[in-house]
Design a protein around this ligand. Structure first.
Ligand code: PLP
Length: 379
């Protein structure tokens, strides 16, 4: 046995879609990217989407859209992937770490109110592991305090919360298609919003500031009927980055999106099986208050004291584990932004162990993992 922690599920459908882009000899930013954006908007139920090369880029551009003055503050949860807290820094803003709820590991409402001050301009909640943050309460708070809200949806794709897609509650939703996430494009990300003007405004920023899509101009170069001598013309009005998605990634994304519902169902049934298996094991509890019939989860984990021993034991049985995440205030880089004032985060993470979860994980593999957890408890 050798059970991977995460594994993308890729098949011939993705290859066929890529092969189509090969046939057209168009593998850069092109029509597939556009098609993927439209499909994504339909899937989320938002008005506009912008495909980029990572969720990190999406978070950077989402904050950039508001052109906040340098030195303002952005509230982020203490337990998340680094990109959530890098986004403010890329924009010359300061991340303020907010403690997390002990059960959901999402941003704490109480601490959000405590950490808020007049310098704060935005908040970036994370739907941790796929479990929804209290996004309705966050939005309400943000309205009163005049904060922009950007949802980090890297762990979530396709979940409804109170009837509305996660990622569509706030000013911007940022999704990740990195290899390990719910669906993949190799690397990739998506920015979505109901504010079409704002999406249009930042669109050039993903393509080195250029205000037209090259693939749309391509026709102008070759159209023999055209009397337009200016087909090459473009303007740069804003600071741009090389953040675009390309047609190869979009090809994979289009196929993966069709399978996402199936992936999510398989993950949900794996979680049901895990929960059933661990419910009588003393000293082990689920990482999150899983409601797999309602929400799609990216992460399955447990909380267990004496974590290192269990990690080594599972490793000896060929079972990969992880820890998601070390609180960012503990990272040397982020120390200067932290005031050691997120006690819940700094305590609870010590028990976190992530177990294998991906859509191709078999029932037999889950049984094997559960049996080894039981075995560990005996010795
Ligand atoms: C993975 C992840 C990101 C970054 O996604 P990329 O597409 O790899 O840039 C951002 N936030 C969270 C919470 C993540 O887990």
């Amino acid at each position: 046995m050798n059970i991977r922690l995460f594994k993308p599920s890729l098949g011939k459908e993705e290859l066929e879609e890529i092969s189509d882009s090969f046939d057209k000899s168009w593998v850069g930013l092109g029509p597939k990217v556009r098609k993927f954006e439209l499909e994504w908007s339909k899937f989320i139920g938002c008005k506009a989407s912008l495909a980029v090369n990572s969720a990190t880029a999406a978070l950077h551009l989402a904050l950039a859209a508001f052109r906040f003055p340098e030195g303002k503050k952005v509230l982020v949860p203490a337990i998340t992937f680094a990109s959530t807290a890098f986004a403010p820094i890329y924009n010359k803003l300061i991340p303020v770490f907010v403690d997390v709820e002990p059960d959901t590991i999402s941003i704490s409402m109480d601490d959000l109110e405590k950490k808020y001050n007049k310098d704060c301009v935005a908040v970036i909640p994370v739907h941790f592991g796929g479990h929804p943050a209290l996004i309705d309460e966050i939005i309400q708070f943000a309205k009163i305090k005049n904060l922009k809200v950007i949802e980090d949806c890297a762990h979530s794709a396709g979940s409804l919360y109170k009837g509305k897609s996660l990622g569509n509650w706030s000013d911007f939703g940022c999704f990740s298609f990195e290899e390990k996430k719910l669906m993949t494009t190799g690397d990739g990300g998506m920015l979505c919003s109901d504010n079409i003007e704002l999406i249009e405004e930042i669109k050039p920023a993903r393509w080195v500031g250029i205000d037209k899509d090259t693939w749309k101009r391509a026709d102008g170069y070759t159209d023999i009927e055209s009397k337009d001598a200016m087909h090459w013309y473009y303007e740069i009005n804003i600071l741009g980055y090389k953040y675009n998605m390309n047609d190869l990634c979009a090809s994979i994304g289009l196929s993966q999106l069709k399978k996402l519902k199936k992936f999510n169902l398989r993950r949900s049934s794996a979680i049901v099986k895990y929960l059933e298996g661990i419910k009588d094991i003393e000293g082990i509890s689920p990482l999150l208050p899983y409601q797999s019939e309602r929400y799609n989860y990216w992460l399955f984990g447990i909380r267990c004291g004496n974590r290192d021993n269990l990690i080594v034991f599972l490793k000896s049985k060929g079972i990969s584990t992880g820890v998601h995440y070390v609180p960012l205030p503990l990272m040397p880089f982020f120390k200067k932004f932290s005031k050691n004032d997120t006690p819940v985060a700094l305590n609870i993470w010590k028990k976190f162990i992530t177990l294998p979860l991906h859509s191709d994980l078999t029932g037999k593999e889950i049984d094997y993992i559960i049996n080894n957890l039981k075995e560990y408890k005996k010795c």
